[in-house]
Design a protein around this ligand. Sequence first.
Ligand SMILES: Nc1ncnc2c1ncn2[C@@H]1O[C@H](COP(=O)(O)OP(=O)(O)OP(=O)(O)O)[C@@H](O)[C@H]1O
Length: 293
Amino acid sequence: MTVLRARELGKKYRRKWALTDCTLDVPAGHVTGLVGPNGAGKSTLLNLAAGMLSPTSGTIEACGGVPGSGPAQLAKVGFVAQNTPVYPGLTVADHLRLGARLNPSWDDRVAQDRITRIGLDPKQPAGKLSGGQRAQLALTIGIAKRPELLLLDEPVAALDPLARREFLQDLMETVAEHGLSVVMSSHLVADLERVCDHLIVLVDSQVRITGEVEDLLGAHRRLTGPRREIDSLPAGQEVVSVSHTDRQTTVLVRTEEPILDPAWTVSRLTLEDLVLAYLSGPVPTRPALEVLR
Ligand SMILES: Nc1ncnc2c1ncn2[C@@H]1O[C@H](COP(=O)(O)OP(=O)(O)OP(=O)(O)O)[C@@H](O)[C@H]1O
C-alpha cells in the first residue's frame, strides 16, 4: 500500500518553483527520510502532503485521499511543522485535552506517559516552554493522534541528543506496534541511518533519488583507482559523483552490474556516503552512460 503518492507534483510561490516534477510513491509501514539542502523543497512537499498548501501542478494523495479534504482525511494524517507551532496561552494539559477533542483515534495513555517521561509540567503555558520542550509537546500530540501517516518536518532539530535518541526510539516502537508510516525530513543523516528504511533525496526542488535504503545501498558502489577521466566507464554504470586527487580518482556509481575493471578498488557505501554524493551538486555530464570502446 502507498501512503504518499505524487505525480508530476509542482509548487510555485509567486514566480519561483519550490518543487517541480515530483513523482514518488512512499510505501506504508516505513519510516521514510526526506533529505536535501536548505531550500530544496522538503517543507513544501510535507506541507502539500498535509494539505497546508495546494499544488500548482500535478497531484498528490496521502493515505489514498486528497490532502486536507475533510475531517476523515485530517484524522488520517498527522503533521508536525518545522517551527512546531503551539498555542502560547494554553497549558500543556490544555493541548492534550484539545488533541483528545479533535482527534477521533487519540491515545491519551501515550500522551500522558510521554509528557510525564519528558518531565513537562502539565500546568505550564506552552508559550513558556523552551524550543525543545515545545517540539516535544508537538511531537507527543503527533504520536498520540494515532494517524496512519505522520509527517515530521525536522522533528529532532531542537532536541538534545538524549531526547533525540529517545524520541526516535519511541517513533520506531510506534511504527512497529501500530503500523504507522512516517515521512520525516532531517539534516541529521546519522539519525536517518538509525531509523529510516526508505529515502527521498530532494535537490534543487527535484527528486534526485528515492527508494528502499537497502536497495539503494545495494545499487551503488564507490570505485577508487589511479587518476583517470571518467568517460571510460561501461554502460549501465551511472556516475553520481566524481572526485580527483593528484593521483587518485574516486567515482560513485549507480549500477546493478558487477564492476569488472581490475583498476578499480570497489567498496560499498553507507547511507551518509550515498546522501552526500547526491547532495554534492549536479553530475558534471553523463559520460557514464557511454559504452566503453
Ligand atoms: N511562503 C513562501 N513564499 C515564497 N517562497 C517560499 C515560501 N516558502 C518557501 N519558499 C521558497 O521555496 C523554496 C523551498 O523551500 P522549502 O522551505 O520547501 O525548503 P526546505 O528544503 O524545507 O529547506 P530547509 O532545509 O532550509 O528547511 C526555497 O527557495 C524557499 O525560499
